[in-house]
Design a protein around this ligand. Structure first.
Ligand SMILES: [Zn+2]
Length: 385
């Protein structure tokens, strides 16, 4: 530790002066699982580079051939090329990867710039070190674990919107929801229920009540419904994500999105006509003021995390009369993860690596929101409120 801390001020200064320029250090320090790992850096090609196997080992990953396996995903390099792939995505480094003897050498910018941006949940670059972010531990004062309901939109005979290239919304939402559930289940203290884990139709009104319908006493702490957007005319250039909480729509666009999502009612066997009128159900007082405020905070957390993790337009936190949110007595949000009416966004939304990125972003948002919520509840307890 002593040797590494001595070089830190110089490294930090270099970063401060040069922005994202990679510091000319002899080692890069990785802090992981409470230990500090030092990886030698060489400058023989005029830019700093490190052995792929040493770097992977320090990061807790595995180096196989010209690839680094990261949490089940493979990052592939090509000797002589600055390009590399992460799942279906291609990235470019400022300098090429090269081979030195039997060793694959990777420009340090891969670890210091790309990794911290591509896996912000796992790594951050601070004070000249690559530091593993600790898992956020949520400890609500009043119970041992949180119960989160994740709702993949549509299903069964309701396909949702159909993309310009034929992707079905119900398939995209289910794939993202399953990955999100897997990620959340790895977090301590978060229990997840999916409203559906296969291609089946669940009534909108039943979705927030799924735990009770399946015999659980505990009311869920949070409800997140996952959807994909579409413009009436396809193809269309509109792209990006947006999050909704339940309230009267403020714009015609928001109302149109809500009406399109509420059209799922057409596929249900029985529904009450009054439910179809967005203004009528807004008059019910299922949504308390406190719940409205929490739902808005949850929507804000979702958009913030999506904006951090994805490089697509943030279309904002919005409100609308969504039928699926009406029965929710807990913080509840509907997220439109992107547009299936946009050719390139549809292609992204179909790829499992992009679905994983969305799932990561949503998992971050849920955990961050619950941690904040726990603190708010805790402070109201301790202040006697
Ligand atoms: Zn939908």
């Amino acid at each position: 530790m002593r040797g590494s801390s001595a070089s830190t001020p110089l490294v930090a200064l270099a970063v401060g002066l040069l922005g994202w320029a990679v510091p000319a250090a002899e080692h890069i320090i990785v802090v992981r699982d409470g230990s500090s790992f030092s990886v030698p850096v060489e400058q023989v090609r005029g830019f700093p580079a490190a052995r792929a196997d040493s770097l992977a080992g320090a990061l807790g990953y595995t180096c196989v051939g010209h690839s680094i396996l990261m949490d089940g995903e493979s990052v592939r390099f090509t000797p002589g090329s600055p390009f590399f792939t992460d799942g279906d995505n291609i990235y470019q480094l400022p300098n090429p990867v090269y081979v030195s003897g039997p060793r694959l050498m990777i420009p340090l910018s891969w670890a210091l710039e790309w990794l911290a941006e591509a896996r912000p949940r796992r790594w951050s670059y601070m004070d000249g070190r690559l530091v593993q972010r600790p898992p956020v531990t949520v400890q609500p004062p009043e119970r041992e674990s949180w119960l989160v309901v994740i709702d993949p939109g549509h299903g069964g005979r309701d396909p949702g919107t159909i993309g310009v290239g034929g992707a079905r919304e119900k398939d995209v939402t289910l794939a993202i929801a399953k990955q999100l559930a897997n990620r959340l289940r790895r977090e301590r203290g978060v229990e997840v229920m999916l409203t559906r884990d296969r291609d089946t139709l669940i009534a909108l009104g039943d979705r927030p009540r799924i735990p009770q319908l399946r015999g659980r006493d505990a009311a869920p702490d949070l409800f997140l419904s996952i959807h994909a957007n579409a413009m009436p005319r396809k193809p269309h250039s509109a792209r990006g994500f947006e999050s909704y909480f339940l309230a009267i729509a403020r714009t015609d666009e928001a109302l149109q999105v809500a009406l399109r999502e509420n059209a799922s009612l057409e596929y249900e066997d029985s529904n009450v006509n009054a439910d179809r009128d967005p203004l009528l159900f807004m008059l019910s007082d299922l949504q308390s003021t406190a719940n409205l405020r929490e739902s808005r905070l949850l929507a804000t957390a979702v958009n913030r995390s999506m904006a951090t993790n994805l490089s697509v337009p943030d279309l904002g936190v919005k409100q609308g009369p969504f039928q699926v949110l009406v029965g929710a007595t807990m913080p509840a949000v509907l997220v439109e993860v992107g547009y299936l009416s946009n050719r390139s966004e549809e292609r992204q939304l179909r790829s499992s690596s992009y679905q994983a990125k969305i799932a990561d972003a949503l998992a971050d948002a849920v955990v961050d929101y619950l941690a904040d919520y726990g603190r708010r509840v805790w402070s109201s307890y301790s202040s006697g409120g």
